[in-house]
Ligand binder design. Sequence first.
Ligand SMILES: [Zn+2]
Length: 399
Amino acid sequence: MGTFLTRGQAPAVEAARVMIAAGVPQALLLVGPGSVGKTTLGLDIAAALFCRAENPADRPCRECRGCRLLAHGNHPDLHRLAPEGPGGQIVIGQVRSLIQEVALLPLEGPARVALVESAHRLNEDAQHTLLKTLEEPPAGLTLILAVDDEDALLPTVRSRCARVRLGPLPARAIEELLVEEGGRDPLDAAKIARLAGGRAGLALAYARSDAALGIRSELTRSLLDLFDRGCAARLAGVREGLARAAALQTALAPPQAPEGAPVARPGRRGPKAASAAPSPGAGAHGDADSLREDEAGPAAGSAVRGTAADRRRAAAVLVNLWREVVGDLVRVQLGDPGAVREPDLLEEYAALAPAVTPADLGRFLARLDDAAVRLDASAHPELLFDVLALRLPRRAVAA
Ligand SMILES: [Zn+2]
């Protein structure tokens, strides 16, 4: 049987195996939360399409020339596209370059694969451009779109794609991955898997960085402390939090690839919009969609610090963490402490839970959701955070 590197996604892998046996549709949507393995599955499918094993059930064999070229990140018929530049969008120019490349005949075999990561970041113009290729795909081309949120795609784009769904990974699968590939002992692995909430790629990034784990823990604690602070301290606290969130992104970023090595990570990509360059081992859970961009994505590899886009991404990291902290507090209020992400903070949560009302927390969570949406368009995330800091419910002082 063909060897898939995708983990913990049995139904999705099964669906892919059926497609490989029966013929992969020319346009495929891989739908699921960030960091659960969409890119890895996309690369598994690409490997199967490039594989020369005689029996389709044995594809990808991981041994033939097609499989090896893909594994080493230099299969000339694989084209990858991911968000880049300010705003973290995939823009029309990138899609145009991709379309030009995929219009050529395959160099190695009968198949060409275009893999669009974070395709929910395709802006509307880019989607319209892509639509023409979806309507009349060149022979031999398989277009794979990995999306966190398929509602971000035009209905006309969605309707032309077959769909494979991926879900959050079971904690157990992530723990195994962290032991095998993250070099962690089972106890650590369990702790990190919990933090990552079903996102394998993010869990691996944490497993590889004690610095990131340290910053995360310090950040969540400081967000929890904000309930007790006055206005001035809250405003200072969120500014400091934004700086630390940027540091967290950097700490989660994968190590720099050696000079000249192909790197598929958005933000470190060369000027060419689409390139056939998955990083070595990218198929192994790894890279590409391993980190949601709002957790550690494009900015992670960016050499430019403090650009507007970097600040927005740091802000997205902080909003996410804040949601997690407030969400955990609500879980404790609801009598479900077993579900909190950071059991180390349970005592603090338990002490705070009776001193804020669930209704206030619910309203604040809605504000955080709203902020997460508005961040994309916000030129000044700091202002959003100032408002959030002031709106955070206060701990009621016992009489
Ligand atoms: Zn093969």
